[in-house]
Design a protein around this ligand. Structure first.
Ligand SMILES: Cc1cc2nc3c(=O)[nH]c(=O)nc-3n(C[C@H](O)[C@H](O)[C@H](O)COP(=O)(O)OP(=O)(O)OC[C@H]3O[C@@H](n4cnc5c(N)ncnc54)[C@H](O)[C@@H]3O)c2cc1C
Length: 169
């Protein structure tokens, strides 16, 4: 694997091009490479390399990525909305290799059942996604996520935790 600022002369053709070396892009590239090591995969990332970047590898410095001058973050400006008293909002997003996962707060949660189901897309319902979503807490220490591993656990004291209790409908 190589990291290039300019496309290397010896790369004339690749099997797969992934636009954006963010969270999903890197995961897809990694999975494809694992599934078929003979594939040539080109990930095109618009932001800087995240390697040993202090604002990324030092958790206490994470908030610096929300400073408007941050080179690791893209700040999208939304349209103005009547629902926001005529204002728009600024939406920060990862703008470096690793994308949002390089600058996010590393908190794990899971969307509500309705969020997934509202996509209304076969293959992407809550029930179909659930086995994959479970992989995250299961790959970590069970003791951190008792309410996700054991949906029957008593976690009703927090709205967020309550939302983690599906798959029951
Ligand atoms: C400040 C912050 C805190 C967050 N905290 C949490 C958290 O605690 N827990 C949690 O689960 N989620 C959190 N998130 C959300 C989570 O990080 C994102 O939902 C996730 O990273 C999005 O992944 P993605 O692959 O869809 O997009 P991204 O990771 O944003 O990837 C998109 C990539 O495309 C690149 N790109 C954009 N335009 C171009 C272009 N024209 N050419 C080439 N490359 C381009 C970007 O630089 C970026 O690397 C947070 C996000 C932010 C911004």
């Amino acid at each position: 694997m190589g990291l290039y600022k300019n496309l290397s002369d010896d790369i004339e053709e690749v099997d797969v091009i992934i636009a954006g070396g963010g969270t999903a892009g890197c995961a897809v590239a990694g999975r494809l490479a694992e599934a078929d090591p003979t594939l040539s995969i080109l990930v095109i990332e618009g932001g800087p390399n995240n390697y040993e970047n202090p604002a990324i590898v030092t958790p206490a410095m994470f908030p610096t990525n929300l400073v408007p001058s941050s080179k690791n973050t893209l700040f999208y400006q939304s349209k103005k909305s009547d629902k926001l008293a005529g204002r728009g909002v600024i939406v920060p997003s990862g703008g470096t290799l690793g994308g949002g996962s390089s600058i996010n707060f590393m908190a794990y949660t899971r969307a509500q059942r309705d969020d997934f189901d509202s996509w209304n897309t076969p293959g992407w319902t809550t029930d179909e996604l659930y086995p994959f979503l479970r992989k995250v807490p299961e790959s970590l220490s069970v003791s951190y996520f008792p309410q996700m591993i054991r949906p029957e656990a008593d976690v009703t004291n927090s709205g967020t935790a309550r939302n983690l209790r599906w798959p029951e409908k």
